[in-house]
Each structure stands twice: as structure tokens, then as C-alpha cells.
Design a binder for this molecule. Structure first.
Ligand SMILES: Nc1nc2c(ncn2[C@@H]2O[C@H](COP(=O)(O)OP(=O)(O)OP(=O)(O)O)[C@@H](O)[C@H]2O)c(=O)[nH]1
Ligand SMILES: [Mg+2]
Length: 377
């Protein structure tokens, strides 16, 4: 797969945007395309048309049976698997049971959205970090690549890795929802082919609905797949309008707070961070710039929340808060002299660099994954 070669040719059944089976009978059902639009090529369903042209939100949640049906056969094929994870939600977007899906097929791990990291970031360090995390998670991969599919960073390396490992086989692109699978394949289509179809992408999870097979010029294909839904990601629990605020759309600006023990930071009504015990120290928050942190005394925190949730402590609004599970607490102890991150799936992470140790409590909606890890940055 080289840059100067024509890569892709057109051929598709189903919607070329999301893969859904097309039908002309019922506008209310998935896959509808008006009869008059059938003559156009490439054919996209009405839902894709609306997402593309009106930025309409239309997330469809596939259940586990759908996934097993769609991805369960990958293990019995001879293919290369490209697993995309989102660096902003690394723990939340890792597929825990990948080996079960893909059998003995080789896996290339593509860590996407590196454009969100602050500009000074040392990518080699990040790559080493990902290698250690993947190993710890028991994920066996033939190569790890960092990239930004949206901002075209590191893409040559992605192409090289695919070229090197695929050996004429089909490529399945798999991952959690919203990690950028379709965006990445679109970049391939755009830069390395003269195909004029485009996969549908959107800022909301649950865009791709079925396998979309894009033929490569050697007879094999690259296959887009629907994202796996993980309810432990805050981004899967919030309303569509809140999602836009949670997901950073530009480089993260680290927020540094010097905190005394018995102080609390609120991130709207999504999360609360209590510094319970320890010497005065700094904590660095990597969250979407659209979230307003609010500092208060720990002893005032419960009362402040009851008085101001949904208004000063927003997003989410009161109505949206109703849709979220109630908070649950995660106690975290930072050992002396350790630099660790507390990552909150879908919200971001907090870096604690504690010379003297610290006791913290993190409050998040029940079910949201909170993990402790070696510091990323
Ligand atoms: N910042 C940033 N955003 C990205 C990048 N790649 C994709 N996105 C954004 O992530 C969102 C999801 O992208 P998609 O390509 O639709 O993700 P997907 O994995 O195909 O999602 P599903 O089809 O729902 O499983 C969109 O808003 C993209 O613009 C990237 O490299 N950096
Ligand atoms: Mg997609």
C-alpha cells in the first residue's frame, strides 16, 4: 500500500456510508433511501445523508448479539486486524476481549487522536507508554502506531505498518465507538485512491452500523466495522449536547491546581475530585477545555452540589443530570514519590505527582470506569 499507487476501486452493496442494508419501503426504518436517489453513485442511506449534510445526531446502539454476528467471524478469517483506540480515553476504549474476536490473526494497535496532546509531547515516550500498557493488559500486537486520523499526523507510519503486516490479506478495522475508525479509513480513501465514496463519520458514537467493505486494488479489502459500545465510558451515558462539551476538539490545555488537603474540585456535575489527605501539592487535569472546574472546601462540597448542580455546576443541566446514574466514590491512594494518572473514562485524566503521598476520592456516575495508571505525560 504505497502512496503513489492507486489503491481502491469502487464496489459496494449496502449503504456506502454506514454499511446498513438499503431499502426503499419505509422512511422510518434504517437503511431507507428514496427511490429517486438509487440512481446516484455512491448510494448512501437517508440517515447518512442527514449526518453528513446537517450534522444530525443519530446514534444507534448495537447490542452484544449484533457485534458477535458482525465481528464473530473475524477469528475464522485470515486477515490483519487493526484495533484503533482513542488516546483521550485509552483505558475506556481498549477492547478487553480482543483475542476472543480475532483468533490468531495479527493485530496492529493504532492509537488515534494524538493531536489532542499538548504540543510539547514527546511521542517516543508516549509510544513506550502504550507498549507497557498494552503488555500489562495482556494485548499481543505485532506493532503499535500513534496517529491523528483527523489532523493527518503519523499517517505514513500507519500506511507502512499496514503494508508490512497485511501480506495481501483483508484488513478489519475494529474498536470501540467513536475512536475514529471511519475517519482513518476515509483518510486512506482520500489520499490513496480515486474512489469518490466516503464513510460516514460523526462526533456521536454509533455511526457505522454494519461491515463496510472497501475493495483494494489487489482483490483484498479494508473493512470498516461498527464500534463496540462500552457503558463504562461517560461519553456513552451523556446526552448528545453534553457529549460535544466532554470531547475535546482541540489541543488539551493542562489545568494545574495547587491544592491543600480537604479541598474539592468539581467538573460540572460529571465528576468530583476530593483531596482528602496529604501535603499541599499540585494536580494537573487533562479534560475538555469546555468544562469549567470549580474549587471548594471538602466540608462544603455536598451542600454546594445540592444547591448548584445543573446550574453553576454544569454541564450537565438538571434535566440531563436526571439521565445519568448517581455518583459513586472511588478511593485512590497515591504512594509517596509516585507520578500517576487517575483516568476517568470519557472525561479525561488527572496527573498526581506526589512527593509525600496523598489520599483522594473521585466521584463519578456509577459504572464509569476509573483507572490508575503510570502517568502518560
Ligand atoms: N481530535 C481528533 N478527533 C478525531 C480523530 N479521528 C476521529 N476523530 C473524531 O472522532 C469522532 C468519531 O469519528 P468516527 O470516524 O465517526 O469514529 P468511529 O470509530 O468510526 O465511530 P463509530 O462508527 O460510531 O464506531 C468524530 O468527531 C471525528 O472527527 C483524531 O485523530 N483526532
Ligand atoms: Mg464509524
Amino acid at each position: 500500500m504505497t502512496a503513489d499507487r492507486k489503491l481502491l476501486t469502487s464496489d459496494s452493496s449496502g449503504c456506502t456510508g454506514c454499511g446498513v442494508a438499503l431499502q426503499t419501503e419505509d422512511p422510518q426504518k434504517l437503511g431507507y433511501v428514496p427511490e429517486s436517489a438509487l440512481a446516484r453513485t455512491p448510494i448512501i442511506c437517508q440517515r447518512c445523508f442527514r449526518i453528513k449534510n446537517y450534522n444530525e445526531s443519530s446514534s444507534i446502539t448495537l447490542n452484544q448479539d449484533d457485534f458477535l454476528r458482525l465481528l464473530g467471524h473475524v477469528g475464522s478469517t485470515n486477515s490483519l486486524v487493526v484495533n484503533i483506540v482513542d488516546l483521550f480515553d485509552f483505558e475506556g476504549s481498549m477492547i478487553s476481549s480482543l483475542a476472543r474476536f480475532v483468533g490468531t490473526n495479527p493485530i496492529v494497535l493504532v492509537v488515534n487522536k494524538i493531536d489532542l496532546l499538548p504540543k510539547v509531547t514527546n511521542y517516543n515516550r508516549i509510544l513506550n507508554w502504550v507498549q507497557r500498557q498494552a503488555k500489562e493488559a495482556g494485548l499481543k500486537v505485532v506493532e503499535i502506531v500513534l496517529c491523528s486520523a483527523k489532523k493527518n499526523m503519523g499517517f505514513e507510519r500507519v500506511i507502512e505498518a499496514l503494508d508490512h503486516h497485511r501480506k495481501g490479506r483483508d484488513i478489519y478495522v475494529v474498536g470501540a465507538t467513536n475512536v475514529g475508525k471511519s475517519t482513518l479509513i476515509n483518510r486512506l480513501i482520500r489520499d490513496y485512491s480515486d474512489l469518490d465514496s466516503e464513510l460516514t463519520t460523526s462526533q456521536y458514537p454509533g455511526t457505522t452500523l454494519d461491515l463496510v467493505r472497501i475493495p483494494l486494488d489487489d482483490g483484498s479489502s479494508i473493512i470498516d466495522t461498527p464500534g463496540i459500545v462500552y457503558k463504562h465510558r461517560l461519553t456513552e451515558l451523556v446526552s448528545k449536547s453534553d457529549l460535544v462539551k466532554l470531547m475535546p476538539d482541540k489541543v488539551l490545555k493542562p489545568l494545574v491546581f495547587q491544592l491543600n488537603e480537604q479541598q474539592t474540585i468539581f467538573f460540572g456535575g460529571y465528576a468530583r475530585f476530593d483531596f482528602v489527605q496529604g501535603e499541599r501539592q499540585s494536580f494537573t487535569f487533562y479534560v475538555s477545555n469546555a468544562l469549567n472546574p470549580h474549587r471548594t472546601k471538602l466540608e462544603r462540597a455536598d451542600e454546594l452540589y445540592e444547591e448548584h448542580k445543573g446550574v453553576m455546576l454544569a454541564p450537565p443541566t438538571l434535566a440531563e443530570l436526571e439521565l445519568l446514574p448517581p455518583w459513586t466514590k472511588h478511593a485512590v491512594r497515591i504512594p509517596k514519590g509516585k507520578s500517576i494518572d487517575i483516568s476517568i473514562s470519557g472525561l479525561g485524566w488527572v496527573k498526581a505527582n506526589s512527593q509525600s503521598g496523598a489520599d483522594l476520592v473521585v466521584h463519578v456516575p456509577k459504572g464509569v470506569k476509573v483507572s490508575i495508571r503510570e502517568s502518560l505525560i
